[in-house]
Write a protein that binds this ligand. Sequence first.
Ligand code: GLN
Length: 190
Amino acid sequence: MKIGVLAMQGAFIEHINSLKKLDIDAIPIRYKEELDKIDGIIIPGGESTAIGKLINIFDLKEKLKTKIQEGMPVWGTCAGMILLAKKISNSDVVHIGLMDIEVIRNAYGRQLGSFSVKQSIKGIDGKPFPMVFIRAPYIKEADKEVEILAKVDGKIVAAEQKNMLVTSFHPELTEDLRMHKYFIDKVKNH
Ligand code: GLN
């Protein structure tokens, strides 16, 4: 089993390191041909506008979209969540646009919008999960088919729809590997 991490911009090395700690063969994805070598993909946090432009420039977008539509498991963290959303409240742009969620970018404010909390997540056993938010989005609206996995202050910060998983926060910036394990299981079961 091989998991790819979209390596256009943002926190992709951190995800690769987390996956390697779990003995997963993890590779950075920069070219569309590489999408044929993987069983699942993580779209990391960073800047959604930049990542969105780069997947066009590198001609990755259409193939990535097709792979996800065919069922390849994908996990979008932070900017990755924005890229997967069908609607961004405070923008007219749609990037990959496959998940039935409406998100708000920089939902906690631009400068002071970074914080961390501990909160339980549906499907993650044990103690509350450390959630690191960096100028994060949250889900304003989710369709019936979307399962809500976690909320912070009443706002949805983790959700799942079939093969698509999204989190507003950054598990790859913590030592807690349970969310990565959760995604690995998703890829294994696919
Ligand atoms: N604010 C960023 C965006 O809108 C997301 C921040 C992050 O990924 N940590 O793309």
